[in-house]
Design a protein around this ligand. Structure first.
Ligand SMILES: NC(=O)c1ccc[n+]([C@@H]2O[C@H](COP(=O)([O-])OP(=O)(O)OC[C@H]3O[C@@H](n4cnc5c(N)ncnc54)[C@H](OP(=O)(O)O)[C@@H]3O)[C@@H](O)[C@H]2O)c1
Length: 320
């Protein structure tokens, strides 16, 4: 397993981060535990979750229900200190007022709930899940800074932020002497490369760690989708995930066919090819792999130190 510093911090994280959005949602506790055990055995020390992840995402309940954090909390008993645990706050967690967003009221309530579910007294990386246009950045940053100073949180990060939003936040942190966002969590894969325009150059220039989500396009680049409308029974598309549908465009199916051919020429699977491409981008610290089976983790770890030549990177860029 390879490790990198998270942005400008002194924290060592594995370049494969275990994504746990499936825990308690598409897979049960037993399957989740096998995946977590296997990841830790193979040297993965970085785990990503969110207060929001769990059953609520796919039911008529329009808010998060916390099962992923609960499962991780039980699974890490006695070995909590071996992992860098990242969670998130900001998406709706109840139907009432102040049950979403990045206000002091909501963050303070949710951090206690996350600590409780995770059965720990600190969160290594506490991330704001989405930009909140309705709360002053000063309020959010002051609250996160209080959490760092109290020891409940060690580092702070943001997710789904544009470069200007991080830049503005950093400016406020500097002016008010508050903790700065150490990392960002954007979507990034062979079919979704928008962050190359601004966010990645910005992060490289400013020393912001980049942990990318959906490196396999929610499964579109996993090798199980060939043509529109043909969804394998065991896939999460079949289990009701709506967001993967956005990937099912004629152009993407064409690209997947091209990438599959390149993967075959290099004697790796499409999922390994796609993941490895992400890991070969210098600005990327870690790729968050959304495993729903143990072999997903093993496949990822096996490919994690494959270094690409300039010619290979160029070949992919020609399809952009
Ligand atoms: N910050 C945010 O807003 C945000 C949003 C989304 C995700 N995330 C985080 O990022 C993590 C990863 O996201 P993601 O699940 O969308 O990532 P992904 O890696 O793009 O997709 C994961 C899916 O790909 C398939 N897969 C993975 N490895 C495979 C392999 N070796 N062979 C065959 N199929 C394979 C599985 O699909 P099947 O289950 O269908 O087999 C798996 O569920 C999440 O768990 C979460 O922690 C964050």
């Amino acid at each position: 397993m390879q490790y990198k510093k998270l942005g400008s911090t002194g924290l060592d994280v594995s370049t494969i981060c275990l994504g746990t959005m499936a825990f308690g949602r598409w897979i049960d506790e037993k399957a989740s535990l096998s995946i977590l055990d296997s990841a830790m055995e193979q040297g993965i020390n970085f785990i990503d979750t969110a207060n929001y992840y769990g059953k609520g995402q796919d039911t008529e309940i329009p808010y998060g229900t916390g099962e992923s954090e609960e499962i991780i909390g039980r699974a890490l008993k006695g070995r909590r200190d071996r992992v860098v645990l990242a969670t998130k706050v900001g998406i709706r967690m109840g139907s009432g007022k102040n049950e979403s967003g990045l206000s002091r009221a909501h963050i303070m309530k949710e951090v206690e709930k996350s600590l409780n579910r995770l059965q720990t007294d600190y969160i290594d990386l506490y991330q704001v899940h989405l930009f909140d246009h309705t709360t002053p950045l000063e309020e959010t940053l002051r609250t996160l800074d209080d959490l760092v100073r109290s020891g409940k949180v060690r580092y702070i990060g943001c997710s789904n932020y544009a470069a200007w939003q991080i830049m503005k936040s950093h400016g406020i942190s500097e002016r008010m002497n508050l903790e700065k966002y150490a990392s960002v969590q954007p979507q990034y894969n062979l079919l979704s490369r928008e962050i190359e325009q601004e966010l990645l150059p910005f992060c490289e220039s400013e020393g912001v760690g980049v942990m990318v989500y959906s490196p396999l396009g929610r499964g579109m680049l996993s090798g199980k989708y060939y043509i529109a409308g043909d969804v394998p029974a065991e896939s999460r598309a079949a289990k009701g995930e709506r967001l993967i549908q956005n990937y099912f465009t004629p152009r993407n199916f064409e690209l997947v066919r091209e990438y599959r051919e390149m993967a075959e020429r290099n004697e790796v699977s499409l999922s390994q090819f796609a993941l490895s491409w992400v890991l070969n981008q210098p600005a990327v610290t870690s790729a968050i792999v959304g495993a729903s089976k143990v072999h997903h983790v093993t496949d990822a770890v096996k490919i994690s130190d494959w270094r690409w030549t300039e010619d290979m990177l160029e070949e992919v860029n020609r399809l952009k």
